[in-house]
Write a protein that binds this ligand. Structure first.
Ligand code: NAD
Length: 354
């Protein structure tokens, strides 16, 4: 066996149907009595319900989280945190709301309880991406890792079918890249395989029956496993491409991950035989890259960047950005091959390599 280093992330996970009932107890464990509850505008009813469940333990709401964690929104939220004299932050929602909670924690050191309602996985990572003047900057610091994460399947039953698929494939992408990360290790690789298998089995069931609790629980467990992979080891080509496409061309987060993943995996396949064998087992297919493309297609998710409004004339700039300061990648990042990869992703062609 190869030598490895594994850094365990210090986070408490509470997983189960109805687990949201334990938020008050978790606050008490953290010695907190005055929570601010964060959400998006769309999820404010759920946030309000949580606040009323918490009674005097909730001192206010901030239902203004948006995608990409703009610092203007964080500044606004910080003022409310101060006015309310909040002693902890509860983030109820997807990666956007959890991102806001992390941005507040970074600046205040307040403890966070994250209650994820998508499969994006941000709650399990010490990573924060923030946007200022249209530029997205990402940092990795334990200061932003939520102290407690509460996974309650009931909260995911309302996740729309389309977002369930793309958010689930977004999570799979974290685990796929973990399998061939520079700092891959056997613990995270085992978790990656388990997370990928859980999501790949659950997503088709959810697409047919959004209220299937067994499949929803399996997907939520997969989201935790895959998010933990992202939080524990480095990212490669797939995440670099998604950061370029999301950051510069303002393409939507989970859809972009869904479109790019099969192509990034096909690009790296020949350089990562061990990871490919694990993926073949997890997905029960000889062709993991094509399988992931077909999965998205079959479940009605977008498979082409042009479907997201990207213009063909933007491709050369995307290639330039992707090859300049690339993340570490198991296969060298070559301009011609990256241009072919992005053209395939743009047009929605099925990936060619196994
Ligand atoms: P999101 O949080 O933006 O949510 C998308 C929409 O779905 C929102 O309107 C939200 O209110 C709604 N929604 C969420 N859960 C719902 C539910 N159960 N029922 C009904 N509606 C629901 O989407 P996301 O994909 O979870 O997060 C994307 C953001 O997270 C991006 O900004 C991305 O950069 C960030 N992210 C960060 C990390 C990290 O480790 N830092 C990891 C993954 C994603």
């Amino acid at each position: 066996m190869k030598s490895f280093v594994y850094d365990a992330l210090p986070s408490r996970i509470v997983f189960g149907k109805g687990a949201i009932e334990s938020v008050g107890d978790e606050m008490t464990r953290l010695d907190c009595k005055r929570a601010i509850v964060l959400s998006t505008h769309e999820q404010q009813a759920a946030a309000r319900q949580l606040a009323s469940q918490l009674g005097t333990f909730a001192v206010g709401l901030f239902p203004h989280a948006v995608m990409h964690t703009p610092v203007e929104v964080t500044d606004l939220a910080l003022r409310v945190v101060e006015e309310l004299r909040a002693d902890c932050v509860i983030s109820l929602g997807g990666g956007s709301t959890i991102g806001l909670g992390k941005a507040i924690a970074l600046r205040t050191d307040l403890p966070q309880i994250a209650i994820p309602t998508t499969y994006a996985g941000s709650e399990a990572t010490p990573i924060l991406g923030e946007t200022e003047l249209g530029v997205k900057r990402t940092q990795r610091t334990l200061k932003v890792l939520p102290e407690v994460v509460i996974y309650d399947v009931n909260l995911t039953l309302t996740l729309p079918q389309g977002l369930s698929t793309t958010s689930g494939i977004n999570a799979i992408a974290h685990a796929v890249e973990a399998l061939y990360a520079k700092d891959a290790n056997p613990i995270i690789s085992a978790l990656a395989v388990q997370g990928i298998a859980s999501l790949a089995k659950a997503l088709p069931v959810i697409a047919e029956d959004a209220a299937n609790e067994e499949a929803r629980a399996s997907a939520l467990f997969g989201a935790w496993a895959c998010g933990t992979c992202l939080g524990s080891v480095g990212m490669s080509l797939h995440h670099k491409l998604c950061h370029v496409l999301g950051g510069t061309f303002d393409l939507p987060h989970s859809e972009t991950h869904t479109i790019v993943l099969p192509h990034a995996l096909a690009y790296n396949a020949s350089a990562v035989p061990e990871a490919m064998t694990r993926l073949q087992e997890a997905l029960e297919t000889p062709e993991p890259a094509a399988y992931l493309f077909d999965l998205a297609w079959r479940l009605g998710a977008p498979v082409a960047l042009h479907q997201m409004g990207m213009l063909e004339q933007s491709l050369p700039r995307a290639v330039d950005l992707a090859v300049s300061s690339p993340y570490w990648n198991p296969r060298p990042v070559e301009r011609t091959a990256i241009a072919a990869l992005l053209a395939d992703a743009f047009h929605g062609r099925r990936p060619r390599t196994a």
